[in-house]
Design a protein around this ligand. Structure first.
Ligand SMILES: [Zn+2]
Length: 181
């Protein structure tokens, strides 16, 4: 992975994530995230957007002993692949693999999905973080939960008429809303 142009703007970014985790770790639930978990996720998200020269993916692995392994990737890619050395120190099974999608949408990409399956036998859960949303995945039951979280101050676009259901696209409708203002 070419990280040559990585610039760290906030030198404390890893400490900030670790401090929040220390405060809340007793109450964190990876599969069905509660407020404490969301506070931790928000800390990761904020550093992902603000700690570097540009928004970059952050990866946080929580091991069986609640030790965090935190790393930063390119704007669009983090993975376990470059981290065999880090993995060597981790206590298995891993509780959760968390990573951010700085472009905003929380879902498991094809690459993410391969990672999830590569580590399936030693991983309990995985969370992808987007803007005001996350998707949490339980490796064991295969249940995924996608949640909107954050302050809501504005209505979305109007619902489509029935004949437009199939062609209607949420992102497009939001863009059109902006254009009408
Ligand atoms: Zn991803």
């Amino acid at each position: 992975m070419d990280m040559g142009d990585l610039e760290v703007v906030n030198q404390d970014w890893q400490n900030n994530i670790e401090d929040i985790f220390e405060n809340f770790k007793e109450d964190i639930s990876y599969l069905y995230p509660n407020n404490e978990t969301e506070t931790f996720l928000t800390a990761i998200w904020n550093e992902s957007l603000e700690a570097f020269d540009k928004p970059r993916e952050i990866q946080v692995v929580v091991d069986a002993n609640d030790k965090l392994y935190i790393s930063v990737g390119t704007p669009s890619f983090v993975s376990f692949d470059d981290q065999e050395e880090q993995l060597a120190g981790m206590t298995l099974p891993l509780k959760c693999w968390i990573h951010t999608h700085p472009f905003g949408v929380a879902f498991f990409s094809a690459t993410d999905w391969r990672t999830v399956h590569t580590w399936q036998s030693i991983l309990g859960s995985a969370i992808v973080l987007g803007l005001n949303e996350y998707m949490a995945y339980d490796m064991n039951t295969k249940i995924a939960k996608k949640v909107y979280y954050g302050v809501l101050t504005e209505a979305g676009p109007e619902e489509p008429a029935e004949e437009d259901w199939e062609s209607w696209d949420y992102a497009e409708a939001v863009t059109e809303m902006g254009e009408e203002e």
